[in-house]
Design a protein. Structure first.
Ligand code: PAD
Ligand code: ZN
Length: 369
């Protein structure tokens, strides 16, 4: 089968649109016709080389589609099923899975490390050359092959472009608040970085009944969106020192919970400073591989702060993703408002440019068929 895909051939270069040969799914694998794929900053980290992977490769990890074919031994899915990609395929049987933490499951480590399927081969090729997978998803392609453990079944009534966002940004952001931090009604929350993921931290804080919810960004439009998603106060970090602003909105103490949703050491430090004594700093942003966070342990101790990090919103994926979709159905979780721009696959680099320019909450690649 042939499929067009956006391919990362070299770091710091735009993605190229290639016509690929896509193999049929092997044992335990599923061929998915991709319907929509969100443009997440984590993909940009691969493009910029802050996260490394085997190249050439097809990025894209936030997406949804329809099962086209299943390989031998696949029992959970059949052609026609609507599915969500999970960028941490999980076995469902190990210690972490049984304790509600599937994103920590080691099952998919070989996929991420090698950019290949479990049998050591790729399902994408061009002119006989292997093209690799990223995070075992690679949904910037018309068709992709994934292990069945990397899919969750979606209900048919949720539009696939809206559902796609739940594959990463929504679950990560809302989950950071509800599942990682466990924010309670009336807790004060500050969110540093209100892009596609940070806006979901804001809406997660609103869902949790937090207040104040202080949104910090450097782009005025992001702050407008943050207000629409439930921020009670906004701070433009280009105009005001976020630390002063957060402290003055929390009786001088700092927030109960601060979230860093950019992926920079300096803003993680800022979030830590803006956390009150006894409060919690939550790291959501992915810093470049090898970064070091300078931290005075005595300061941490004297202030009794907690530093937490969250992968995939610390969500129990098969339990929590259906819950989030139900909240969307009930009008409690906003998804439509998060999509600023729909792109054709050929326009994908514009999605990354718009992300860097700060002009979109999320862009989403929508496939024709
Ligand atoms: P994005 O580019 O849409 O958002 C980043 C936001 O930060 C933008 O709105 C910027 O304007 C804003 N910003 C930049 N500099 C500053 C500053 N100095 N002060 C305040 N705001 C600033 O990215 P995203 O929302 O898609 O992703 C955010 C991070 O989250 C990124 O590092 C991504 O890789 C990471 C992520 N983590 C997980 C996880 O499991 N932890 C999952 C998905 C994404
Ligand atoms: Zn992502």
């Amino acid at each position: 089968m042939r499929a067009r895909a956006a391919v990362l051939t070299e770091v710091k270069k735009p993605l190229e649109i290639w016509d690929l040969d896509v193999d049929l799914p092997k044992e335990g694998e599923v061929l998915v016709r991709v319907a929509a794929a969100g443009v997440c900053h984590s993909d940009l980290h691969y493009i910029q080389g802050d996260l490394t992977t085997v190249l050439p490769a097809v990025p894209g990890h936030e997406g949804a589609g329809i099962v086209e074919a299943v390989g031998p031994g696949v029992t959970r899915f059949q052609p026609g099923d609507h599915v969500l990609f999970v960028f941490r395929a999980f076995c469902g049987r190990c210690f972490y899975c049984l304790n509600g933490r599937p994103a920590l499951c080691d099952f998919s480590n070989p996929l991420r490390r090698t950019g290949r399927m479990f049998d050591g081969t790729t399902r994408f090729h061009r002119d006989g050359q292997d093209v690799h997978h990223i995070l075992g998803v690679s949904c910037f392609a018309e068709y992709t092959v994934v292990p069945e453990q990397g899919l969750l079944k979606l209900p048919d009534d949720i539009p696939l472009d809206r559902a796609a966002l739940v594959g990463c940004g929504v679950t990560t952001g809302v989950g950071a608040v509800l599942f990682a931090a466990g924010v309670q009604p009336g807790d004060s929350v500050a969110v540093i970085g209100c892009g596609g993921v940070g806006l979901n931290v804001v809406q997660g804080a609103a869902l949790a009944g937090a207040g104040p919810v202080i949104a910090v960004d450097v782009v005025p439009q992001k702050l407008e969106w943050a207000k629409q998603l439930g921020a009670t106060h906004v701070v433009n970090a280009r105009e005001h020192d976020p630390l002063d602003a957060i402290r003055s909105l929390t009786e001088g103490r700092g927030a109960d919970y601060t979230f860093e949703v950019i992926g920079r050491v300096d803003t993680i430090q800022q979030a830590y400073e803006a956390t009150r004594k006894g409060g919690t700093t939550v790291i959501v942003g992915l810093t470049p591989q090898g970064s070091v966070l300078p931290l005075d342990p005595l300061d941490l101790l004297r202030a009794e702060k907690t530093i937490k990090a969250t992968l995939y919103g610390t969500a129990n994926l098969p339990r929590d993703i259906p819950r989030l979709l139900e909240l969307y159905r009930l009008g409690r979780l906003k998804l439509d408002e998060l999509i600023s721009r729909r792109l054709r696959l050929e326009q994908i680099n514009e999605g990354f440019e718009a992300m860097l320019a700060g002009s979109v909450a999320r862009s989403i690649v929508v496939f024709d068929s």
